[in-house]
Design a protein. Structure first.
Length: 216
């Protein structure tokens, strides 16, 4: 049976950080909708141009565009055994679409770790987040610094600060999360797959909570 894990939580909760850990541990692809959008923006594709008009404002990219992009990603053969989803779904309509997509693989969403931390912590994390331009791996200037300033430990790629991580946009993104994405907490709770994870703990402790949730 394939294993599909959806990491749910506000911007800055630690989804990307933990997705990398889980993907490595379980040898599953890490599918980050934000990374795919940023890749398209970097390459100047039509999808990238459209997505950027929303991303730069801290708004969600429309459901139809996002769902089509993820559907395309799922058409690749590496997803048949499962995947770690990070940043998708972000709305109930996306969650319904995901459920339909997974039926094609005889799969379903097996577990939804819901990672949270207080708002002040999220803001502090995003303000100090540095992202690798090539692999999307994230660092924090204080909480998780790279070995060498400005350079990714994993692939030597150059680290940058995301435009949408500036303070004004971050506050709006957290509001957007509350309005549009937080309903997914009950959505997945009702389906019996939600696992609450305290994200306000050191990275290794959050990983340990996730590993415990995976065993249930
Ligand atoms: P998300 O994908 O949910 O937006 P990230 O994984 O990108 O979150 O993490 C946001 C920032 O916080 C990054 O700079 C990351 O290094 C840092 N971070 C992630 N988890 C923790 C943690 N448990 N403690 C401290 N900093 C963290
Ligand atoms: P974070 O890691 O801080 O939560 P992401 O990298 O996941 O941020 O997403 C960055 C931006 O990309 C979002 O603010 C939104 O504009 C867009 N985006 C990412 N995933 C989705 C999605 N599933 N639906 C709509 N927009 C999305």
């Amino acid at each position: 049976m394939p294993t599909y894990i959806v990491l749910l939580g506000p911007p800055g909760a630690g989804k990307g950080t933990q997705a990398k850990v889980l993907a490595e541990k379980f040898n599953l692809p890490h599918i980050s909708s934000g990374d795919i959008f940023r890749e398209n923006i970097k390459n100047g594709t039509e999808l990238g141009k459209l997505a950027n008009t929303y991303i730069s404002q801290g708004e969600l990219v429309p459901d139809d565009v996002t769902i089509a992009m993820i559907r395309e990603r799922f058409s690749r053969s590496d997803c048949v055994n499962g995947a770690i989803l990070d940043g998708f779904p972000r709305t109930p309509a996306q969650a319904d679409a995901l459920c339909e997509m997974l039926k094609e693989f005889d799969g379903r969403v097996n577990l939804v770790p819901f990672i949270t931390a207080p708002v002040e912590v999220l803001i502090e994390r995003l303000a100090g987040r540095w992202t690798c331009r090539t692999c999307g791996r994230v660092y924090h200037e204080r909480f998780n610094p790279p070995k060498q300033h400005g350079i990714c430990d994993a692939d030597g790629g150059d680290l940058y600060q995301r435009e949408d991580d500036k303070a004004e946009t971050v506050v709006h993104r957290i509001e957007v999360y509350q309005k549009q994405t937080a309903p997914l907490i009950d959505y997945y709770k009702e389906r019996g797959v939600l696992a609450e994870i305290n994200g306000f703990a050191p990275i290794e402790e959050v990983s340990a909570q996730l590993m415990a949730a995976m065993k249930h």
